[in-house]
Design a protein around this ligand. Structure first.
Ligand code: AKB
Length: 339
């Protein structure tokens, strides 16, 4: 039987890189990649086709859909929270209009193939908005339906796109004669901050975690843009990729929601610094909070309740903070920067 085709947007980004590598290693799917900039040759070699272009380009998207019978979309392309605050209207265009364009294509593909195309959407902890630190401390591990009052354009965009996905899955053209088979199958994860050994993120507000680690590994000083008590959950990149592929594989009848919290470990900036200094004792880390970025981090929960993901589709992160730093991040980063 021919392998199914998955389309990955934002394939040049942090998650994209790891996901293309993982899917190529598993060999279960043919990967079609799309990013604004061409993917490097090593990644391109792992794809059946690679496109460089804009997700808002209707013509390009229709062309991709005409050339490939897409079974699943991983729509990773987005402008992150700090970048989004610098240009909110652009963030809305990319994050909302771009997503709508992808949903349109996936819906049409579902109708054409007569089966629901799966649409995997990484949402974010940024959909939450806690008003102050006292409320954050009292809220503890926040559930999916609590405190969804985001304070960033990116958080608003992600929350709205979750609703768009739910709409396309259950109600799209509900007054028309389309059968439910013509609808797509939207599944979303709310990721915490992600830390990868291979890439450093850009444009996010959880970037202080990965930036601190990568700077120390390169022997560079790091001035942290949040105070040492700022705390949010993080996840090691391999767990993020496994979460996406596990949700892709999950039995639809077991899914009680379209959007799931997932978490790895909840740590403060100071606890990240301690892990970094354990591995790199000469790390030069100081704190110079940017009050606006810190306020954004403070509006995100210190941790999330991911029990629905655990019980519905067996989510179980392999890495707590000790294992993430000790067994994945530090060894891999050491070898990366020693080359
Ligand atoms: C960001 O900081 O904007 C992202 C996120 C938490 O979704 N890493």
């Amino acid at each position: 039987m021919a392998k199914g085709v998955v389309l990955i947007t934002g394939s040049n980004g942090e998650i994209g890189h790891s996901l293309v590598n993982q899917l190529a290693a598993e060999g279960r799917y043919q990967v079609v990649s799309l990013d604004l900039t061409p993917v490097p040759d090593a990644l391109r070699a792992k794809c059946v086709a690679s496109y460089a272009g804009n997700i808002m380009d209707r013509f390009l998207m229709d062309q991709i859909a005409a050339h490939h019978e897409i079974d699943a979309v991983f729509h990773l392309a987005a402008l992150l929270s700090t970048r989004g605050e610098r240009d909110p209207e652009l963030a809305h265009q990319v994050n909302v209009e771009g997503t709508l364009n992808l949903l349109r294509v996936a819906q049409q593909q579902s109708a054409r193939l007569g089966r629901a195309v799966k649409f995997l959407f990484p949402s974010s902890i940024a959909v939450y908005g806690l008003p102050d630190l006292a409320t954050k401390a009292a809220a503890g591990r926040v559930k999916e339906d609590e405190w969804t009052v985001p304070v960033t354009m990116y958080g608003c965009n992600k929350l709205y796109c979750e609703h768009l996905g739910r709409y396309y899955t259950h109600y799209h053209r509900q007054l028309g004669a389309l059968s439910s088979m013509a609808r797509l199958d939207f599944r979303s994860l709310r990721f915490p901050g992600l830390i990868s050994a291979d890439t450093v993120p850009t444009g996010g507000t959880s970037d202080f975690g990965p930036e601190m680690l990568h700077a120390a590994a390169k022997g560079e000083p790091y001035s942290c843009f949040v105070g040492e008590n700022a705390q949010i959950p993080f996840m090691a990149m391999p767990d993020a990729v496994t979460a996406l592929t596990s949700l892709l594989d999950a039995d639809q009848s077991k899914l009680s929601r379209v959007v799931y919290n997932v978490s790895g470990f909840s740590v403060s900036a100071k606890q990240i610094a301690e892990q970094v200094k354990k591995a790199f004792p000469k790390a030069d880390i100081s704190y110079k909070p940017d009050l606006v970025r810190e306020k954004i981090v403070d509006s995100w929960p210190a941790d999330v309740d991911d029990s629905a993901a655990r019980s519905d589709w067996g989510f179980a992160p392999a890495f707590d903070a000790e294992r993430a730093f000790g067994e994945y991040l530090v060894p891999r980063i050491r070898s990366r920067y020693s080359k």
